[in-house]
Design a protein around this ligand. Structure first.
Ligand code: SF4
Length: 397
């Protein structure tokens, strides 16, 4: 189907879904969902983060969730499954469907905590049944027995599970209330046996800790049947620095040496420089037959048999599967989204849309989100008086 026709079909699908869900929800439930941030937040580059709970009590010393103001006592997120889907359908940035907006469960809380796991299962089931968007869930917990059955049944068939491991030998200090890493590898093995795609989330890489255990971590992951890995840097706040220092097992001089600057406040997360360690991970991972992916969205794209070249890390997935683009069709799609008299230029993996009349910044962002999701390319939208992300790159062309 051509891009404009697809766009129109997806917009109609959203409208139909909204109607269906409105009929199932009480007026108060609808109102709560409408006001929830899932109904208006712009997706991050990794997709739309789905909050399955509020707060976390696993207490990992490197975690920035407490610094973001979330409570330590976890509770399920206050929307039910239907409300969550309704909120997403109302979100103007959200694109439904199997190649639509990526869904990332568990970015600001642990989705498999006893307090939140039922909510997570409900959200997985409802987003799978109503929307079919690519699901990804990151966790360092495990579920077993009947809960394992219900959890895996709720996932869509190509869902990607990121299993977080930072250390094996120091996990009892750095992740005091998380299950031992060997239990997490066993969980990974069970998922792989179920035919579920699992990726090792080697995050954060703590210098002097993670890099010293790479062989043990990578060989355990490979034995569990894991074939992909996403390494991730340590991000610090003043609170994380304090907690890591108090652990007495982390070389803080090394962390400080790698800091590009000091974090200024609890919300100021600064990633330490770890290119050398990531290169080391990449070399070792290949030796264990693990494919290194640049980011969590890359793992999600690959798991779903999609392709993406929406940022410099791409192409991710099979580039032969990237949607073919025709400038006139992209222009027509942009017009349907509110850009008047658009002119489109496609060069490499970048798409430039010039709108002929003024646009509100929000409309520009919506056009950009939809076109990036559907074309899987970097899209820059500019209009009189409004420049777009990446505009300068085109100026240089
Ligand atoms: S190109 Fe890869 S890393 Fe970049 S947004 Fe797409 S999937 Fe993510």
């Amino acid at each position: 189907m051509k891009l404009p026709a697809r766009l129109e079909a997806l917009q109609k699908l959203k409208a139909r879904l909204a109607e269906t869900l409105e009929a199932k929800l009480e007026p108060r439930e609808r109102e709560t969902a409408r006001r929830d941030h899932h109904a208006y937040r712009r997706p991050r580059p990794c997709g739309m983060t789905i909050h399955t709970g509020v707060g976390c009590n696993v207490g990992c010393l490197y975690c920035y969730v407490p610094d973001m103001g979330f409570p330590l006592k976890p509770r399920p997120y206050p929307l039910n499954g239907l409300q969550l889907v309704y909120a997403l359908v109302l979100n103007p940035y959200f694109v439904p469907g199997p190649d639509g907006t990526l869904l990332a469960f568990g970015s600001v809380t642990e989705p498999l905590l006893p307090e939140t796991v039922e909510q997570t299962i409900e959200y997985l089931r409802h987003t799978r049944n109503y929307l079919g968007n690519p699901q990804q869930l990151s966790t360092k917990l495990v579920v077993q027995g009947e809960l394992f059955e219900r959890f895996t049944e709720a996932l869509e068939p190509r869902a990607n599970i990121l299993i977080t491991i930072t250390t094996i030998s120091k996990a009892h200090i750095l992740e005091p209330r998380a299950p031992p890493p060997m239990e997490r590898f066993e969980f990974a093995r069970m998922l792989v046996e179920r035919g579920i795609n699992v990726t090792l989330f080697l995050r954060p890489i703590i210098p002097g800790v993670t890099d010293r255990e790479l062989d043990a971590i990578l060989s355990a992951a490979a034995r569990a049947g894991v074939r992909t890995i996403v390494p991730g840097s340590l991000r610090v706040t003043p609170g994380i620095i304090r907690r890591l220092r108090a652990s007495r097992i982390v070389d803080m001089a090394e962390i400080e040496r790698r800091l590009p600057r000091k974090p200024r406040s609890s919300r100021d997360q600064v990633a330490i420089r770890e290119t050398d360690l990531k290169n080391l991970v990449a070399r070792k991972a290949r030796a264990y037959g693990l494919r290194v992916l640049p980011s969590s969205c890359s793992a999600n794209i690959r798991s779903h048999g999609l392709a993406c070249h929406a940022c410099i890390w791409g192409p991710c997935g099979n580039p032969k599967l990237l949607p073919r683009l025709v400038e006139e069709e992209v222009a027509e799609a942009a017009e349907l989204l509110g850009c008047r008299k658009p002119r489109v230029r496609i060069s490499g993996f970048r798409v430039l849309v010039r709108c002929g009349s003024r646009l509100e910044a929000k409309t520009r962002n919506i056009i950009q989100s939809w076109l990036e999701t559907l074309t899987k390319r970097t899209v820059t939208v500019i209009a009189p008086g409004l420049r777009g992300k990446g505009y300068e790159a085109y100026e240089e062309d």
